[in-house]
Ligand binder design. Structure first.
Ligand code: THG
Length: 369
């Protein structure tokens, strides 16, 4: 299968380098190309866990809020308390609608008192933000700036990032960042990234420097075995990082997805979703749980119309597997499944295709795998 390119599916300023590096497959995320495979799923996996990779994550689009009401709008959009966020700090902050359902799970970054970036997962947050700004009569601009994040991920990521941006990155805390210089331009560089191997994200806002930055990382990282990579479906499942659109969507609440710790139900803040979420906190019906099977499962036949996998018991669909993969590290089939809380409480585990799994927390307690 090939992807037909058109103006609706945007390429990135790194796309030429990504092609030259041998990207074999892509997906579309925020209307933009995201590579998903280079050498092989397994070779890409072990390389990420042992060395350092450069990822074109331009698809992590920024929704910029700028103006006197920027902070108020950011707070309206999320039930997480943003009142104490520091300058150049990021916070993982679910975006929820007035009924308490999840519209996105971005990182919110404060660049100035009147300027925020919402570094979004795959859904059109810009329109939601613009609608709220209009409806509430806010004095704020909402737009998608040309920012193209490049992630440096893996155990040697700190070394490589320090070689390009200087030693200060070594003391940068998680979801903290600095404005750092490359060839006369300053970029926000933060310790973050969609892997648990550690690393940084460089928010490049000068497309003319995209290839020079890519090339500089590859030159400086030769002895570190730097390679092109991409967010990895196996590594992220092992790590318990959720994928919006796969593991959760606009029909799920943050409670169902285990995001309770990113909500501040008792905060005195102006947040659109908080009233509904306070109600829902005491009325929980489903939960996303981890499953682990000792043998590979082939569940393609149970794929449903939205791409999930139905869990059928006694001829009845009782739940859905949202993501699943074979784990190279744990030699197990891992899955995230949405199941009724009643079922989880009444059963010690679940049997699928003849194989048993306990119910695991997300992220997995890896000593239990
Ligand atoms: N980086 C940037 N933008 C992004 C992502 C990213 N936008 C899309 C997507 N990823 C947003 N989703 C996530 C989900 C999880 C995390 C980051 C972004 C994450 N979570 C940690 C965890 O779950 O352990 C830590 C969360 C915390 O404790 O604060 O890192 O990757 N720029």
């Amino acid at each position: 299968m090939q992807l037909s390119k058109s103006r609706r599916i945007r390429s990135t300023p790194y796309s030429r380098r990504v092609d030259q590096a041998g990207a074999k497959a892509f997906t579309v995320y925020n209307h933009m190309l995201l590579p998903t495979l280079f050498e092989s799923l397994e070779a890409d996996y072990w390389h990420l866990c042992e060395h350092v990779q450069v990822w074109d994550v331009s698809v992590e689009r920024q929704v910029e809020l700028r103006g006197p009401d920027a902070a108020r709008l950011a707070q309206l959009m999320t039930p997480r308390d943003l009142s104490k966020i520091d300058l150049l700090q990021g916070k993982y902050a679910p975006i929820c609608n007035a009924d308490g359902f999840i519209l996105n799970d971005p990182i919110v970054i404060k660049l100035a008192e009147d300027r925020f970036w919402i570094s979004i997962a795959d859904s059109d947050v810009k329109f939601f933000a613009a609608g709220l700004a209009q409806g509430y009569g806010l004095d704020v601009e909402v737009f998608e700036p040309d920012v193209f994040p490049l992630a440096v991920q893996g155990p040697k990521a700190e070394e490589l990032t320090a070689r390009i941006f200087g030693e200060s990155v070594r003391s940068t805390g998680f979801f903290r960042g600095e404005m750092l210089e490359f060839r006369g331009s300053k970029f926000y560089v933060a310790r973050s990234g969609w892997s648990k191997q550690g690393g940084f994200e460089i928010y490049l806002d000068n497309p003319g420097l995209a290839e020079p930055l890519w090339d500089a990382l590859f030159e400086a990282g030769e002895d570190l075995h730097v390679r092109a990579g991409c967010p990895h479906g196996v590594e992220r499942l092992e790590a318990g990082l959720l994928s919006y659109g796969n593991d959760m969507d606009e029909f799920d609440t943050p409670f169902e997805c285990g995001l309770d710790s990113y909500l501040n139900l008792n905060a005195e803040i102006e947040s659109l979703s908080l009233p509904a979420l306070r109600d829902k906190a005491n009325n929980r019906r489903r939960k996303l749980v981890g499953l682990a099977f000792s043998q590979a499962l082939d569940l393609a036949a149970n794929t449903n119309q939205v791409g999930g996998i139905d869990i059928i018991e006694n001829g009845r669909c009782i739940g859905e597997i949202r993501s699943q993969t074979w784990s190279y590290r744990f030699q197990k089939q891992l899955a995230f499944a949405m199941l009724p809380i009643d079922y989880i409480e009444q059963n010690s585990g679940i049997k699928i295709d003849g194989q048993h799994s306990d119910f695991h927390p997300i992220p997995f307690d890896t000593s239990q795998l």
